[in-house]
Design a protein around this ligand. Structure first.
Ligand code: NAP
Length: 302
């Protein structure tokens, strides 16, 4: 590696972007792109507002810079938003991914596409990288389509599938499961958490470390990224209450049918993590350990 190589990170202001920023090894520069028109201060990333749906803007960016690798995490990542705004989500995710992947192909840059556990139907967990994708909602279908276009046009690329992520996000970012529960319980509000949806949640800094290992080692194909513990959302909330010493009695267990209007969720998408351990050298972290690390870094929340 020559000194100070640059990676392009799309979706740099999201939770995953924050995880990569905070775990960036010395000697690497990150150029990050996000969509909305605002300025991000106090960041190790050079952030640019650039809409990845705009092919000409993407091509101009690649003409100005030479990227050692591109981590493509930008796009609409809210399952319920995608269900309700399908056309907009196709543009953001599929057109955006097409623009980024074709620019990588022409520039010879290694692409790391960020997919999701939502490609699975939840009936046969734990899922390995070789298991068949069978999404149950529009978000999952869009991500399968993006995976296919990346794999078929860039056979040397890496596709990572992180699962339910938690951690401190940028102030401009959307809340995640841990911050949402934390804010609600801190305000003394009652919350209903489902008992029939399972994942092995992933701390965003661990996701960042795994992604840096991907950038350095360039493994081919699909790699699952997940934490150690398989929990439902109700247990997740109880763990947040325990670690942050909040009132667990505010947390009520419910079945998914309690929320009839949201997008369907696969019941158990727990991911197998052998490839992450073996090829990236990253041992999955327990949920309690991740939450304790969040607690220790509360002052650098923004
Ligand atoms: N969060 C999870 O639990 C989870 C789990 C599995 C997989 N993933 C995957 O991980 C990736 C990152 O997720 P995240 O939670 O970090 O996302 P996020 O917090 O929702 O952030 C989305 C990022 O994408 C940017 N973006 C959206 N549309 C764009 C466009 N048209 N052009 C340029 N940038 C655009 C946003 O910019 P603005 O800030 O300007 O809006 C933001 O930086 C996604 O691919 C998601 O599917 C996430």
């Amino acid at each position: 590696m020559t000194t100070r190589e640059t990676i392009l990170l799309t979706g740099s202001t999201g939770l995953l972007g924050k995880g990569m920023e905070e775990t960036a090894p010395a000697g690497w520069r990150i150029l990050g792109v996000h969509q909305r028109d605002y300025k991000v201060d106090d960041s190790r990333v050079r952030h640019l507002a650039l809409d990845i749906r705009d092919k000409r803007a993407v091509d101009r960016l690649f003409a100005r810079h030479r990227f050692a690798a591109v981590v493509h995490a930008g796009g609409i990542a809210s399952v319920d938003y995608v269900e309700q705004h399908y056309a907009e989500s196709l543009e953001s995710n599929v057109v955006g991914t097409l623009n980024i992947s074709s620019a990588c192909r022409r520039a010879g840059a290694h692409l790391v596409y960020v997919s999701t556990n939502a490609v699975f139907d939840g009936a046969n967990a734990p899922y390995r990288e070789t298991d068949a994708a069978r999404p149950v909602n529009k978000y999952g279908r869009i991500k399968v389509e993006c995976e296919r276009l990346v794999a078929e046009t860039l056979p040397h690329s890496t596709i990572v599938r992180p699962i339910l992520m938690y951690g401190w996000n940028h102030v401009v970012g959307r809340p995640n499961t841990a911050t949402w529960i934390y804010d609600k319980l801190l305000r003394g509000e009652r919350i209903h958490m489902v008992t029939d949806v399972y994942e092995n949640p992933l701390f965003n800094l661990q996701c960042g470390r795994a992604l840096w290992a991907v950038v350095r080692r360039r493994p081919r194909g699909i790699i699952h990224l997940a934490g150690r513990d398989r929990v439902n959302r109700h247990r997740f909330a109880l763990k947040v209450a325990k670690v942050f010493r909040l009132d667990f009695k505010l947390v009520t267990p419910v079945r998914s049918s309690f929320f009839p209007d949201i997008a369907p969720r696969p019941k158990n998408t727990t991911l197998a993590t052998e490839r992450m351990r073996r090829e990236l050298g990253v041992a999955p972290m327990s949920l309690e350990e991740g939450l304790l690390r969040m607690k220790r870094t509360m002052r650098v929340k923004a």
